[in-house]
Design a protein. Structure first.
Length: 255
């Protein structure tokens, strides 16, 4: 198959502390919306299916999570698009924070486990991954980083040196003091990867409050070109989807 010259991507902002059932419903909805807008890829936030509120996550039955992934795979196949969603997977040694890359045929072709853990609950209940990400979408080399991974350039710069042209970056960055300084003073959900790697950077961040009202997440999802300039940006607090066309010739990796 000939590698395309462009790639249309949609990034979705979802609430981070809703139920598995609600998250699945919104995931299926936005997959259909992205397909209707002509997108080839739809990216969801970090642990978008299971959510990130650990008092609820630790009670989830593994079978229910597997079923939600299966339904998401069917939705990707029905829509004919690539879908990147996240879950927390229970293992014999704590949880893994995973991003799943689902093809338009409904097959999971790649999984990446978050390497750099963040927050008290995540460090308590999860273990970090030990591999970097490199995979292809329609012949286009791509890579993944999850939330705090983005603060460690080697996570995406090494894959870029191996040919990656697009960084997909699901996130659930919270508005605790340190994270607020990181996001608000920099003016974005994550620091753009483009200036150091000359690749596209697609971030899907979360929004909303935890049930106990102690934490919030304030969006600012974006799609940026290899210069670090915005192609699309989302707001702070609302659930929404942003979309942009990537001109892949710009991803020349002249770093």
């Amino acid at each position: 198959m000939k590698t395309p010259k462009t790639l249309q991507v949609s990034c979705v902002q979802l609430s981070w502390a809703k139920s598995l059932e609600k998250n699945l419903e919104r995931t299926r909805y936005y997959i259909r919306q992205a397909a209707e807008e002509g997108s080839r890829v739809v990216l969801f936030p970090e642990v978008s299916l299971t959510g990130y509120y650990f008092p609820d996550i630790i009670k989830l039955a593994p079978g229910a999570v597997k079923d939600a992934i299966a339904q998401t795979r069917r939705a990707a196949e029905e829509a004919g698009v690539w879908v990147i969603v996240g879950t927390l997977r229970k293992t014999s040694d704590r949880f893994l924070n995973l991003a799943h890359v689902i093809s338009p045929s409904g097959t999971i072709i790649h999984e990446y486990a978050k390497v750099h853990l963040a927050g008290r609950d995540e460090r308590k209940y999860c273990r970090g991954g030990n591999k970097l990400s490199l995979f292809e979408i329609d012949g286009i080399p791509c890579t993944l980083a999850i939330c705090r991974d983005g603060r460690h350039p080697e996570v995406y710069r090494l894959p870029a040196m191996l040919g990656a042209m697009v960084l997909f970056h699901p996130s659930c960055s919270s508005d605790e003091v340190e994270a607020v300084v990181w996001k608000r003073l920099s003016g974005r959900a994550q620091q753009p990867a483009g200036p150091t790697t000359r690749i596209f950077h697609c971030v899907a961040n979360s929004v909303g409050q935890s049930p106990d009202g102690k934490q919030t997440s304030s969006g600012q999802s974006f799609i940026r070109n290899p210069e670090g300039l915005p192609l699309a940006e989302a707001g702070f607090y609302q659930e929404e989807m942003i979309t942009a066309v990537l001109d892949l010739e710009q991803a020349d990796r002249r770093y």
